[in-house]
Design a binder for this molecule. Structure first.
Ligand code: LLP
Length: 402
């Protein structure tokens, strides 16, 4: 897709997130097709990009949602996701969140500890409801990704060990207020190898068999998210191989597959457009200072993540530069030693693959308003989130000023 970044920058201002909705739709359809032949729901992981219009685009295609807070659950409902396709996961849910989720009657609450199960049971009994639950199993598998986004080892805070999971299912089966209908694992994010997911899948499929043998009727087999994408030149998972592996591992189980992709759906749909303020030399070092910053796109600072950066409509000899923002932190950079032509005030740079964990991890640090978001679909572009103003940022404080 040929995107006219200059026009979009002129029309909506910078910094700016731009998402290609046709790309997102195609990714969804591609994954859906890969799972064909077996009952499945693609539960888009809302945390990757929580814009209501993004969720709504996917909901229109039939997607469900994987949520990690009641806020995300409410976004999914508001965006039109069917309540029976919404999952509520996460290691810590407050009683209020559990109550709201039960009242909304979503597909299931995913439990990550015995303690949490007891809380869900208590809240369900107060409401006189039966909570549909799944248990997140930690299969103790090294997902071979960045330690901050690896979640499937016993060292990580996520999920429960197999023996504990069994005990929880047996308890839940006996409880008047719990209905164990699902099983879940998620071993990490940005996974580029199938092998660890396949191992986890086998372990959890075995456990499902054992549970079915003792009449715990698991209907939903949730394989989590984590499919890696190309940021640079990674060789990543082929989704047909991924889906075939899962279909094969579960073929005699009579389950609906739930899959929770976030990054896969949106990462490469997104562009972060930022304007050059000026160049600066410090010794031999060249800095390109832009109007975007770490508060807008945190991944390079937080994970040392690579995002391709290109100058819009500029040619000429490239030489190395660090692309940095105005925030007062040395970690405020988008890229180091990037080849870029000579740049001037108001030139545009585009930071690629910014659709996942970009805007959704942004903040108001340094009292910088969160940026606008724009969708492009066919030949059309439209705003899907306004730029935050100074007034927006102080709205919840100013009445307390003495
Ligand atoms: N399901 C569960 C239970 C998860 O914890 C996650 C992501 C997903 C699904 C979606 O994973 P994905 O398909 O997007 O890999 N902020 C980090 C990523 C954190 C991922 C957290 N969990 C980043 O920018 O790389």
């Amino acid at each position: 897709m040929n995107i006219d970044f200059s026009s979009l920058g002129a029309k909506y201002g910078t910094p700016l997130y731009i998402y290609d909705f046709d790309y997102i739709q195609n990714r969804y359809l591609e994954l859906k097709e890969a799972f064909s032949g077996q009952k499945n729901i693609i539960n888009y992981a809302v945390k990757a990009n929580s814009n209501l219009s993004v969720i709504s685009l996917l909901a229109t295609q039939g997607a469900g949602a994987d949520c990690v807070s009641i806020g995300e659950v409410k976004r999914a409902v508001m965006a039109g996701v069917s309540k029976y396709k919404i999952i509520f996961s996460g290691v810590g849910k407050s009683d209020d969140e559990i109550r709201e989720a039960l009242n909304l009657d979503i597909l299931l609450i995913n439990l990550e500890s015995e303690e949490e199960m007891k809380r869900v049971e208590a809240v369900a009994s107060q409401l006189g409801k039966i909570a549909r639950i799944s248990v997140r199993v930690n299969p103790n598998i090294d997902a071979k990704t960045h330690p901050y986004i690896s979640t499937g080892l016993h060292d990580n805070k996520f999920g429960v060990e197999i023996d504990m999971a069994k005990r929880m299912y047996i308890y839940a089966k006996k409880s008047q207020f719990l209905n164990p209908v699902g099983i879940h694992f998620h071993i990490g994010s940005q996974l580029t190898e199938l092998e660890p997911i396949s191992e986890a899948c086998e372990i959890v499929a075995d456990l499902t068999k054992t549970l079915k043998a003792i009449e715990i009727d698991i209907k939903f087999f949730d394989v989590g998210g984590g499919i890696g994408v190309v940021y640079q030149d990674e060789v990543t998972i082929n989704v047909q191989d991924y889906a075939d592996m899962i279909k094969n591992a579960t073929k005699n189980l009579d389950v609906t597959i739930l899959c929770e992709p976030g990054r896969y759906m949106v990462a490469n749909s997104g562009y972060f457009l930022t304007k050059v303020l000026y160049e600066k030399k410090s010794g031999k070092k060249r800095f390109v200072i832009v109007d975007g910053a770490m508060n807008d796109l945190l991944r390079p600072s937080l994970y040392d993540a690579y995002h391709k950066i290109e100058a819009v409509g500029k040619t000429g000899e490239d030489f190395l530069a660090d692309v940095v923002g105005p925030v007062c932190e040395s970690g405020d950079f988008f890229g180091k030693d990037i080849s870029l032509p000579k740049l001037e005030h108001n030139d545009l740079l585009v930071v690629k693959s910014a659709g996942a964990y970009g805007f959704s991890m942004s903040s108001n640090y340094n009292t910088r308003g969160r940026v606008a978001e724009v969708a492009i679909q066919g030949q059309m572009d439209r705003i899907i989130r306004k730029r935050e103003t100074f007034e927006d940022m102080i709205a919840l404080e100013k009445e307390f000023l003495v």
